[in-house]
Design a binder for this molecule. Sequence first.
Ligand code: PLP
Length: 230
Amino acid sequence: MSIAENIAKIRENMAAAAREAGRDPGEILLVGASKMNDADACRQAVAAGIDALGENRVQEMVQKLEQHAYDGAPLHFIGHLQRNKVKQVVGHVALIQSVGSLELLQAIEKAAADRDLVQDILLEVNIGREAAKSGFAPEDLFAGAEAALARPHVRVRGVMTIPPADADGDTNFRYFQEVRALYVDMNQKLFHNELEYLSMGMSGDYQDAIRAGATMVRVGSAIFGARHYT
Ligand SMILES: *Cc1c(COP(=O)(O)O)cnc(C)c1O
């Protein structure tokens, strides 16, 4: 199956899940998680109409930007972002999805202020409270949002999450529902319901995420094939 065929199939599955949930399929964006795939694969996804591409590693992203891998689609940063690499990302991507600490938020504010721009971000929630994972604990999300609202060079567009990898299907679905509830509550109380992006769901669970309310799914291997780690 080609990248274009995979994307078409995923769009069908997304639409089916949306309809099951009584939702409009048109309101859900497909982000291609293109880590470890080359510029040509990215271009194929763009040609097939992917809504955005998401990268995890700064160095890989910078290289692929130079190769014009993403021309024609918005670029998102979706991986763990170290503060010393913030400058290479701010202003170069349409959305940083993985803002999970006050320190990172402040570093993005400073880099965006230096460049005189406003950086769109999502706040990442560590819904499984995993020690090894970044993201705000659920009870700290509102404080993160308030800190972002007080900084003029960042603009919160929504929430992102990655549930624990070892959760069974039911538990995983409950995590999605919990994040949805947090998102809806925060949107109402702090953002006048102007947030649009609830980013959750990957190759194995994007349909469940859509049933639980995701407006953005991040799909890698189901589009590009299995990644080969060396
Ligand atoms: C790699 C990655 C994905 C996609 O994972 P797949 O299981 O390959 O679909 C989604 N989100 C993030 C943050 C990722 O790093």
